[in-house]
Design a protein around this ligand. Structure first.
Ligand SMILES: [Zn+2]
Length: 297
């Protein structure tokens, strides 16, 4: 897994280090967004700083380097086409769902300082190392970063009504991914997905993290900024109260599509107003991999 992870980091490097002349262009090819959910290489962005892997071939969300061709772009991407536990998926009654969250969240009320980044393919918040945790089955995962995917059917820039995860064929405007990593095994990832949907927003105390995040994204791609006293506590409350929770074993949603990723996706979307949806939509281009036929329900 270490070599696969390095490839993911390398792919991210290739994307993040490229100029983005337009919102849909990354690495010289048409591009839409990350990670889908899962993920894209962006999910590993925070890890690449610790590696010096060489860039690999670019991939994108559209055209000849789009999701349908990821598996043939690079020998290390074969899981994208031949994997049996790929993400994202369309949740149906066949998938496992639980009323209570299958994990505990140990997030602080606030982070002293975070780094808000405009990666072009997504916008992300990199959090301080080992300061927020997800505990499940005696494993203590550290929150590394969170980012958003915006297939968004609301923008003329996003003509295709497709999003990361679906719930019984329904999709939402955006999906946030909280990426946690097992410090003892960097390839062991646990991602929690939270949908955003138009509606009457919760009180500021629950959504301050989203406001502080989106309002502080640098306008120019490739830039980042530091934000002090970041109110992450509300995010934990929202996540834990947004069940029931879909659970499955999946993959990164971007090349190399590595499997073994533990997924939990909250069924109840976080209601946000049109202004917030428009802000997210303007910052993040289409970044959705089509849903996969995960063979292990
Ligand atoms: Zn993602």
């Amino acid at each position: 897994m270490r070599s696969i992870l390095s490839i993911a980091i390398a792919a991210t490097l290739a994307l993040a280090s490229s100029a983005h002349p337009t919102p849909r262009s990354v690495g010289g090819v048409e591009h839409n967004c990350l990670a889908s959910a899962i993920m894209s290489g962006d999910d590993f962005r925070s890890l690449r700083k610790r590696n010096n892997a060489a860039p690999t071939l670019p991939w994108s969300y559209e055209g000849s380097a789009g999701p349908a061709f990821w598996g043939s772009l690079n020998p290390n991407y074969t899981s994208c086409s031949s994997g049996k536990r790929q993400s994202p998926i369309n949740f149906t009654p066949n998938e496992k769902i639980s009323v209570d969250a299958p994990f505990e969240l140990w997030y602080p009320q606030s982070f002293d300082e975070v780094e808000v980044e405009n990666l072009g393919a997504t916008v992300e918040v990199a959090v301080p190392a080992d300061t927020a945790f997800l505990k499940r089955d005696n494993v203590k995962y550290s929150l590394v970063q969170f980012h958003v995917h915006t297939p968004s059917e609301t923008s003329p820039h996003h003509p295709r009504p497709t999003l990361q995860h679906h719930v019984q064929d329904k999709h939402y405007p955006s999906e946030v991914h909280f990426v946690h990593r097992n410090p003892a095994n960097p390839a062991d990832l646990h991602v929690v997905g939270l949908f955003l949907n138009r509606g009457t927003p919760y009180a500021e105390g629950l959504t301050g993290w989203l406001d502080e995040w989106i309002n502080n994204v640098p306008a120019r791609k490739g830039e980042h900024t530091k934000v002090k006293d970041f109110p992450i506590g509300g995010a934990a409350k929202v996540l834990l109260s947004s069940g029931p929770f879909w659970q499955y074993e999946g993959s990164l949603t971007t090349p190399p599509c590595s499997e073994g990723v533990r997924w939990v996706v909250a069924n109840k979307p976080l209601p946000v107003d049109e202004t917030m949806l428009a802000a997210v939509d303007s910052l993040v281009p289409f970044s959705s991999r089509f849903t996969q036929k995960n063979q292990v329900a």
